[in-house]
Design a protein around this ligand. Structure first.
Ligand SMILES: Cc1cc2nc3c(=O)[nH]c(=O)nc-3n(C[C@H](O)[C@H](O)[C@H](O)COP(=O)(O)O)c2cc1C
Length: 169
């Protein structure tokens, strides 16, 4: 048993949350884990906007297509990348996953809601008054889980190759 892999493997995307508030220390620690994610050339081309205001959560939820459940989250962390940084997307995805795993370590659930490539990305930037040089990469609603669904996952043998690719039987 390894604590790190156990936390990673226990994570599920959760879209229904209880009304139990999340301790500020947990939020801060998750953001600190985001800050420490790897980035190309160590540019750290990101900002993180924490939304806890219920009206704002509802507004964000309404703007999305597949993120209506954001309205009932305790908070939502919006991850923004600097457009001019060549690898901002990869960098911000690494930060996004760090946040999700850090929250999971406290038993707090999340669900990665798409931001990059979405038509609503600019509207959310505007709502949160984020300067033009940044673009929305992801939205991370969070809360203690009310309902957990278990999706199908491909088995390891079907997706892993050693040394070189070969057709699987
Ligand atoms: C880039 C990305 C975008 C996603 N966007 C959404 C989304 O808009 N709405 C949603 O409900 N889930 C979204 N998800 C979550 C996936 O649906 C989820 O990860 C997938 O179904 C596997 O389930 P699991 O996370 O529990 O393993 C997104 C995940 C990723 C990585």
């Amino acid at each position: 048993m390894n604590i790190g892999t156990t936390i990673i493997k226990s994570r599920r995307s959760v879209r229904a949350y209880t009304e139990v508030p999340i301790d500020e220390e947990i939020i801060k620690n998750a953001l600190d884990c985001a800050r420490l994610a790897p980035t190309a050339m160590n540019l750290q081309p990101w900002i993180f906007v924490v939304v806890q205001d219920t009206t704002r959560l509802r507004e964000i939820a309404e703007m999305t297509d597949h993120g209506k459940f954001i309205a009932d989250a305790q908070l939502c962390i919006a991850v923004f990348g600097e457009k001019d940084a060549k690898y901002y997307l990869e960098d911000c995805c690494a930060a996004t996953q760090n946040i999700i795993i850090a929250l999971q370590a406290y038993g707090v659930s999340s669900c990665w809601v798409a931001g990059d490539k979405k038509a609503y990305a600019d509207d959310i930037s505007e709502l949160l008054q984020v300067p033009e040089k940044y673009t929305l990469v992801s939205l991370l609603p969070a809360g203690y889980p009310k309902e957990v669904t278990v999706p199908h996952k491909k088995i390891l043998d079907d997706v892993v190759f050693y040394e070189e690719y070969s057709e699987k039987p």
